[in-house]
Design a binder for this molecule. Structure first.
Ligand SMILES: Nc1ncnc2c1ncn2[C@@H]1O[C@H](COP(=O)(O)OP(=O)(O)OP(=O)(O)O)[C@@H](O)[C@H]1O
Length: 649
């Protein structure tokens, strides 16, 4: 599965914080400075101006600025500075009211629609479209005609009518975040949906919320001033910014100066809110550029097998025979999965027994990751399980969200191929682990912290207390994978699904992680389903292996048997392409052709186009799995021939 790299940079954006980064921008600093100054001045109006906004001095009407009246007076001799500041209070109150409603509705509905999908999404999207279609300002005028002079009602109405804007933005952002693996990891760990939205998605939306709020506040200031100008705001003699502009425009012939103290603050405030929104957006995104991402410790896939222990070690440990699936901890039975209506996994069956390690092997795109996520009810790309069963400890998890909630984290844990993406960038390692520990154990903060250190020690992290304080972006790839494993262990799972846990790691680190998994399995007795394309990993860790090709299981066997006598030409081809078997100076053997894409699967054997044994019988009809020998399953019409020949890679 391919993953977005953006999350890895998330925490990088925290240092330094958002406010210092906004202040580093001159436009941001000036805008914020103006808004803070204005807010403080309006709140402390009585201290800033010695005059009351209602006091009339008919001997000084329409006067210009003077020591006594710093901004002059209006046509009734009232102090303009005082009226401006007191009028600002009603503007601030209007902004606060409209913004509160705007955020309450917009954030809640956008988050819920994007994360929950389904009918919630449908309802929210349709409601937003309906609100968008309404003529906002006319509705506000109607409200004011029903509740004359009631600015609170007008602003609450305006907040409701403005909310679809932020709802749509947050919904689409949440749709993207929902697909990221750390959200899947939080689900796997058993977090409830409300907790995931609040703790893992909302923080990622914070900068968007601030930007949208700032832009909406600018609109509210304009609307509130407009209503005041029309005489629909604060009733005379109470001051309002719109009313002041109206007074100034009526006296423009006699006292043009009056427009300056009444109009300029309004214009500056609207501009400051707009510019501040831009500055916050720029500051929030500056550390998210891909160029600033820490390069993951990548390596070409072929080198993995070179570094991994050689297949000759198979069988050294005296592994058990293929167990009967009636004792299985996990039984996947005829599992079919479709994404966007296209089948990507078809009638996949296998099982994993307690304490056993099973390898799910195949080329890229064969459906290994989708199958392993499907087990946990987390099919990517909005896909669905269309058929089959996933039986864990006797209970079918398909279409059973409650059972899944109980199983995730404690029954089955998941470690992904991209640990940096699986960890939430907005929380420290210690916080994430402590959250997982407290979810699974009834313990206080202190006990959770102690358990965090113990877990980090279990995965061989040096200085566990120090590492607990770090954020994911401060970890190396190997360390992040150890933390991801520690997170998975927090619920003492019976089964760990590890999806290519070493793919994104450096060669030396890969071997350490594999050793760690083996040690942890010995210590805890948990079963492991490991998704891999690397025979070295299979040889080193697995008891049995399940080979997938083009969405189907094509062979299953005990690892020793599969290595010594593959009963499917695809398995034989994959084993033959093992870099360990390459002769010096000769090109690495490969299987010609590529895996057919979902939607383009042929009717007969899906491997036929690449198979040297293929004949007409292969392409006539779908090939069924057969058991040509005890504990062996293969999907090949030439199974008896392969068995008789004792095919070797
Ligand atoms: N989010 C998604 N949206 C659409 N299609 C997807 C999505 N994830 C996987 N698929 C499709 O499902 C099929 C199986 O993908 P899957 O990731 O399970 O393969 P894989 O065997 O695990 O390969 P890899 O090792 O590259 O992850 C592929 O054809 C892929 O295109």
């Amino acid at each position: 599965m391919k993953l977005s790299p953006t999350v890895a940079a998330g925490k990088a954006a925290r240092s330094p914080g958002l406010i210092p980064r906004v202040l580093r921008r001159p436009a941001g600093a000036i805008s914020l400075g103006w808004l803070v100054l204005l807010t403080m001045a309006t709140l402390a109006a009585s201290a800033v101006s010695a005059h009351s906004p209602l006091d009339q001095d008919l001997s000084h009407v329409l006067a210009g600025p003077s020591g006594h009246h710093l901004l002059g007076t209006d046509n009734l001799g009232r102090d303009l500075l005082s009226r401006l500041l007191y009028g600002g209070r009603s503007t601030l109150l209007a902004v606060a009211e409209a913004l509160a409603v705007f955020l309450l509705i917009g954030v809640t509905s956008g988050l819920a629609a994007g994360f929950l999908g389904g009918w919630t999404d449908w309802l929210v999207t349709r409601s937003a479209e309906l609100l968008f279609a309404l003529p906002g300002i006319i509705i506000v005028l109607v409200v004011l005609s029903v509740f004359p002079g009631n600015l609170h009602a007008a602003m609450i109405t305006f907040g409701v009518l403005g909310s679809p804007g932020i709802t749509r933005v947050l919904r689409s952002q949440t749709l993207g975040i929902r697909e990221e693996l750390y959200v899947a990891a939080a689900q796997v760990a058993g977090l409830r949906r409300g907790q995931i939205m609040r703790r893992h998605i909302l923080p990622r939306l914070a900068s968007t919320v601030i930007v949208q709020s700032s832009l909406f506040a600018a609109v509210v200031v304009v609307i509130q001033a407009g209503l005041g100008f029309l005489g629909l705001g604060a009733q005379p003699p109470n001051p309002s910014w719109g009313g002041l502009v109206a007074d100034a425009s009526q006296n423009i012939d006699r006292a043009p100066w009056m427009l300056v103290p009444t109009g300029v603050p309004l214009v500056l405030t609207v501009m400051a809110l707009g510019i501040l929104g831009d500055a916050i957006r720029d500051a929030a995104t500056e550390n998210w550029s891909v160029s600033k991402l820490r390069e993951p410790e990548r390596r070409p896939k072929t080198r993995a097998a070179t570094a991994a222990p050689a297949p000759e070690r198979v069988g050294e440990t005296g592994r058990p025979a293929a167990p009967d699936d009636t004792d299985a901890l996990l039984t996947v039975r005829d599992l079919s999965i479709a994404i966007g209506g296209t089948p990507v996994v078809q009638r996949v069956s296998f099982h994993v027994c307690a304490g056993e390690t099973v390898g799910l092997v195949g080329e890229s795109g064969c459906g290994k990751s989708v199958t392993s996520l499907g087990i946990l009810g987390l099919v990517p790309g909005g896909g669905d399980i269309t058929d089959g069963q996933v039986i864990f400890n006797g209970a079918d998890l398909v279409g059973a969200p409650r059972a899944l909630e109980h199983v995730r984290g404690t029954g089955i844990a998941y470690v992904s191929q991209e640990p940096m993406v699986a960890l939430d960038p907005t929380f420290s390692v210690g916080d994430q682990l402590a959250e997982a520990v407290r979810r699974h154990q009834d313990c206080d903060r202190r006990a959770a912290r102690a358990r965090v250190v113990e877990l980090l020690r279990m995965v061989n992290i040096p200085d566990p207390a120090g590492v607990a304080k770090r954020y994911p972006h401060q970890l190396s790839g190997g360390m992040a994978q150890r933390v991801a494993i520690a997170l998975a262990l927090a619920g003492d799972p019976e089964l760990l699904i590890a999806d290519e846990p070493t793919t994104a790691l450096d060669v030396t680190v890969q071997a350490e992680i594999l050793t760690l998994l083996r040690t942890l399995q010995q210590q805890t007795g948990m079963a492991i389903l490991i998704v891999t394309h690397d025979w070295g990993v299979v040889a080193d860790l697995c008891h049995r292996s399940v080979v997938m090709y083009a969405g189907q299981v094509v062979e299953q066997a005990e690892v020793e048997q599969m290595f010594s006598r593959p009963l499917h030409p695809y398995t034989a081809g994959l084993l033959g392409a093992n870099p360990h078997l390459a002769r010096h100076g000769e090109p690495l053997p490969t299987i010609p052709g590529t895996v057919p894409a979902p939607g383009n699967w042929p009717t007969g054997c899906r491997f036929a186009a690449r198979c040297s044994l293929a004949d007409d019988t292969c392409t006539e009809r779908p090939v069924q799995l057969t058991a040509p020998a005890p504990d062996r399953l293969t999907r090949c019409v030439h199974d008896q021939q392969l068995l008789a020949e004792g095919s070797h890679p």
